[in-house]
Design a protein around this ligand. Structure first.
Ligand SMILES: [Zn+2]
Length: 119
């Protein structure tokens, strides 16, 4: 993820992402999943703040096999359900631009880049 957008998430969701920020760990996925992560972290924190649930602390956030992977400590059953839905939703959206898959815009860009590489 671009440093600028990652910083927005780190600042907005400091209690969840603070440990990653302090350890220098990056969010290892494209900018297209910014909103999925932003909403996920907001809902995780809301459950903690309003229901007295444990504090979720993310330890690793990355893309694996085309899907978001959100590894965290302190998640209760409801937090786990939220994480599961976010990970499943990510498989429907382009991690580069956030568009619905299959993403024609990014596949055209990738094809153009590949053509440029072979020249
Ligand atoms: Zn795209």
């Amino acid at each position: 993820m671009s440093p600028e957008l990652q910083e927005v998430l780190f600042v907005r969701h400091g209690r969840i992402l603070g440990r990653m920020r302090e350890s220098g760990a990056d969010i290892e996925c494209g900018d297209g999943w910014f909103d999925v992560l932003d909403v996920l972290c907001a809902r995780l924190q809301f459950h903690t703040d309003t229901d007295g649930a444990p504090q979720v602390v993310a330890v690793q956030v990355k893309e694996k096999a085309g899907a978001l992977r959100f590894y965290a400590e302190g998640a209760d059953e409801m937090h786990g359900g939220m994480i599961d839905v976010a990970q499943a939703m990510s498989e429907h959206f382009c991690q580069s631009c956030g568009g619905r898959l299959p993403c024609l815009a990014c596949s055209r860009t990738l094809a153009a880049l590949r053509t440029a590489d072979t020249r």
